[in-house]
Design a protein around this ligand. Sequence first.
Ligand code: SF4
Length: 74
Amino acid sequence: MNNTANQAARRRKVRVDTRLCEGHALCIDSAPEVFDLGDDDVATCIETPPEAMWDKVQAAINSCPRQAISFVST
Ligand code: SF4
């Protein structure tokens, strides 16, 4: 990754849309280091996981049946 891509990547955050999440927990299967389920069965996440986790986060995005997870630029 070049410097520009690195800087752009560092500004990304992970978001879970709690209005969409239905607690399927598939995101936790994909990236247990990043996602967890709260007491209300809604997913929580580490907003700025290390870059090494991003492939797993992308897998979680792909696996979420509610499209509740996204990368957002800050
Ligand atoms: S896979 Fe999607 S719907 Fe299921 S817990 Fe994770 S964010 Fe919520």
